[in-house]
Design a protein around this ligand. Structure first.
Ligand code: F6P
Length: 360
């Protein structure tokens, strides 16, 4: 191995730069490899937009949010958007990727991304590209690893929001609803809800009955607590399976619509309880900014391990955290099936022991 390539794909996430820093430093300092960074995810791999990454390029990156390489969730090489007479058509450009890597003498790739990016990476590997995956997503919904980097930062941001909502909720005797991200999974809502002391946590894995949510709010009122905090995951749905839809999530093999459920809950809670309710949609604040120390360390461990696997010639793997140990799993095992919250799992039970309502 002489030259390795790296790209960041899908939605951005705190810790991407920390992974890049660890990959570049380990590759250059420990093994003497050259590192080429492709710009804007798979787009750069198809369009040949890249930059040689030197030690200076990754200096000071540990605490910087986003990705210096840029990212995109709309440029899958197997369905690549091309402009034909002013119209967008989708073409299979995967062979171009192979040609480009060959042309620039790139021996292997590090793909940093979530389920969409790693699924594409897996398909490119089936065509002969040597690659390693690094699990990224604030949603923490990738199988094959206990934790993805970026998740803890999102939980931290959401927890801070809950803390702030507490004081204003209490002053105004209101129900405050915080809608958080997470797509199909309730991890951010669950963990931020527990760490912020939410009264109700609504997640996609446990369909909620709005009357039970209202009952919880009323129980608190009857105990003299004139305010309540509800944390709701954007993918939460009620027992009728009614999911509010107002946002298309595109970098998924099966694009779905999510978000806006907080407004629906606020209106219903106010109608049923008569208590004034307000909504905060945390949105992309959860994805921006500096990674918390946990994510800086996890990103660094992942980046270093990715290069170690390259050195060992162990391709087709995704780096992974199992317990407190960094290891690797075949990328095949990591993609396709999302890791969602177990409704009977320990964290849900703990929250229920404290009296947190899930609307079930
Ligand atoms: O997968 C990360 C995530 O932030 C989800 O939590 C959210 O549903 C989605 O991406 C938002 O995507 P976009 O940046 O395209 O709005």
């Amino acid at each position: 191995i002489k030259r390795i390539g790296v790209l960041t794909g899908g939605g951005d996430c705190p810790g991407l730069n920390a992974v890049l820093r660890a990959v570049v430093k380990t590759a250059i300092v420990k093994y003497g490899y050259e590192v080429i960074g492709f710009k804007d995810g798979f787009k750069g791999l198809v369009d040949n937009k890249f930059v040689k990454l030197e030690l200076d390029d990754v200096s000071g990156l540990l605490d910087r949010g986003g990705t210096i390489l840029g990212t995109s969730n709309k440029h899958n090489p197997f369905k690549f958007p091309v402009n034909v007479d002013g119209n967008t058509e989708y073409k299979d450009m995967s062979k171009r990727v192979l040609e480009n890597l060959d042309m620039f003498g790139i021996d292997c790739m590090v793909f940093i991304g979530g389920d969409g990016t790693l699924t594409t990476a897996r398909d490119l590997m089936k065509m002969g590209i040597k690659g390693i995956g690094v699990p990224k997503t604030i949603d923490n919904d990738l199988s094959g690893t206990d934790t993805t980097f970026g998740f803890m930062t999102a939980v931290y941001t959401a927890t801070e929001a809950i803390d702030k909502l507490h004081s204003t909720a209490e002053s105004h005797h209101r129900v405050m609803i915080l809608e958080v991200m997470g797509r199909y999974a309730g991890w951010i809502a669950l963990e931020a809800g527990i760490s912020g002391g939410a009264d109700v946590i609504l997640i996609p894995e446990i369909p909620y009955d709005i009357n039970k949510v209202a009952q919880k709010v009323m129980e608190r009122k009857n105990r003299g607590k004139s305010f309540s905090i509800i944390v709701v995951a954007e993918g939460a749905k009620d027992v009728e399976g009614d999911m509010v839809v107002n946002k298309v999530v595109e970098d998924s093999p099966d694009p779905i619509r999510l978000g806006g459920v907080g407004n629906k809950i606020a209106a219903e809670i106010e109608r049923i309880t008569g208590i004034e309710s307000r909504v905060t949609v945390l949105g992309h604040l959860q994805r921006g900014g500096t990674p918390v120390p946990y994510d800086r360390i996890l990103s660094t461990r992942y980046g270093v391990h990715a290069v170690e696997l390259i050195n060992q010639g162990k391709f087709g793997m995704m780096v992974s955290l199992k317990g407190n140990r960094i290891t690797e799993v075949p990328i095949e095992e990591a993609v396709g099936t999302l890791k969602t919250v177990d409704p009977d799992g320990e964290l849900v039970k703990i929250a229920k022991s404290l009296g947190v309502g899930f609307g079930d």
